[in-house]
Write a protein that binds this ligand. Structure first.
Ligand code: G3P
Ligand code: CA
Length: 251
């Protein structure tokens, strides 16, 4: 990684590497983030939980069971204990990364799309995220914070009004948001992250009419990528950043 990542332009469709290039490498490992950067993703997506000793770690689930050889809740383990687990797959070994290690490794050479996964479980996680950004000199324009929790996004908004924020929308919410909901989201966030399978063209157009970004999750099929681009989305989460890059650049 040698080049400075460009800050994201509003007009372009952002390639968001979901849990890294997790279609190719074990999710939320340095290998998957590195592959994402090599595949020209604009953002690496990170889900955050907190260890027993209050450090932010990149892992999707509350528990370590699915993605490591361990069992139990992330918050029951110190970082040192978590990092003894194997987060790899097959004969590839990998370690659960801390956010600090990720910032130290990639600096401002990529952009980060960071999810505060369970803010009610981990009071202070937003503050800790901002502290680490300051420590590693990660610029605000290299970060988007996403959450299903409006409270968590509002907390970040209070601390850092210029931070770009995306309100995630639950998959079960199959209908379009109401005008009141769009207006409410607009008071603190820059866009929405809905499940791609709940979207329609009018839904995307409505969100865009509020000048909200629309970043659906998780799109791995090239045909669906083309359809969503045609509907006007401004980015998407994918486990295969190279596929979205090809759709965007090798039309
Ligand atoms: O953050 C977008 C998408 O990743 C939300 O779903 O469960 O994969 O974190 P999840
Ligand atoms: Ca996520």
């Amino acid at each position: 990684i040698h080049t400075q990542a460009a800050s994201i332009q509003a007009e372009k469709v952002a390639i968001i590497a979901h849990r890294g290039a997790s279609g190719y490498e074990p999710e939320h490992t340095m290998q998957s983030y590195l592959a994402a950067v090599q595949q020209k993703a604009d953002y690496i997506e990170l889900d955050l939980h907190m260890s027993k000793d209050q450090q932010l770690v990149a892992i999707h689930d509350y528990k370590v069971d699915r993605t490591t050889n361990g069992t139990g809740y992330v918050k029951q383990y110190t970082v040192k204990q978590l990092q003894r687990l194997n987060a790899g797959k097959g004969n590839k070994k990998a370690v659960i990364p801390t956010l600090e290690e990720i910032f130290r490794t990639f600096g401002n050479r990529t952009n980060y799309y960071i999810e505060t996964k369970s803010p009610h479980e981990y009071p202070g996680m937003e503050k800790e995220l901002l502290t680490l950004m300051a420590k590693y000199n990660i610029h605000t324009n290299h970060v988007i914070v996403q959450s299903f929790s409006p409270e968590s996004l509002k907390t970040v908004h209070r601390y850092r009004p210029t931070m770009k924020l995306i309100q995630l929308i639950r998959s079960k919410q199959t209908n379009m948001l109401t005008d009141q909901q769009f207006r409410q989201i607009k008071t603190y966030a820059n866009g929405i992250g809905p499940n791609a399978n709940t979207l329609t063209k009018p839904y995307v157009q409505k969100a865009r009419s509020y000048d909200l970004d629309v970043h659906p999750y998780t799109v791995n099929d090239e045909k669906q990528m083309r359809t969503l681009i045609e509907w006007g989305v401004t980015g998407m989460f994918t486990n295969y950043p190279d596929r979205l890059y090809n759709v965007l650049h090798n039309k």
